[in-house]
Design a protein around this ligand. Sequence first.
Ligand SMILES: [Zn+2]
Length: 315
Amino acid sequence: MTTDKKLPIVYDKAYNIGFFGIEKLHPFDTAKYGKIVKHLNKTLGIKTNQFHAPYAISNEELLKVHSEHYLNSLNNKETIAGVAEMGILTKLPLKMLQNKLLFPIRLATGGTLVAGSLAVEHGWAINLSGGYHHAKENNGEGFCFFADINLLIETLREENKIKSAMIVDLDAHQGNGHESIHGEDSLVYIFDMYNQHIYPREFQLKKYIDYDIPLNHKISDETYLKLLKEHLPKAIETSKPDIMIYAAGTDIYEHDPLGNLKISKQGIIERDSIVFSLALQNDIPIVMLLSGGYHKDSGPIIGESIEKLINMIDE
Ligand SMILES: [Zn+2]
């Protein structure tokens, strides 16, 4: 790895959310993103100045996918606590919630847009956060405040960089947010593979999934990877998208407290490599977003996976 070359990876240390022991209130790892960076530094010698910086998304941009009413409601502690699913947050000052919680998420949402442009230019890009696939036009939920996936599609279209897009959602949870926003858009193809027995169980949105692979609890590496290898190439062949937006949630991990699947670390690394290989082989730009992943191993697993992806692309 050459030392100062910029990589199409977007990161800011402010992605890491941490205040007042918030990590004890919600099963997420506040240092997850930093752990990925640490791994890439240790194994490939990548320095932080090789990453691209995100910017904080404005409400004006967010209006492309969200209602004004919803964005205004984020000036209200109850709404913020509701989206984050942590009632206790209403006890904290609004300014603090906006600075310590919403600001990092605004940065990560801007980071998805930066990664989208980089992917169009370089063929691939990774935002070391984002992938908020539960956010809808009029509300956030499941810790997803802003629909960055849908916003990226709308923005790239406005810039005439793409017409069609494919969302490859391999987070353990169903992507009900992007399904509700772009479900009726015939140029947005949705491939969703998720545990059908856990949140959000929004089955009325299943009709918007173009390629639907509902999974059962505790699925193994072997079955999971076989399904992916069999179906994703078919979905790409059918949709031939201008860009692939990959929600690479690591909550499919066997020890994740929320996903209830049984995929090993090696299984996750192989999954990411299958998705990237297919995008590269088909000459489709790919943007990887991290989505869910609530175990302390998530950061190191993603770090190792990205290390492998960079080596694969470099070859
Ligand atoms: Zn998830």
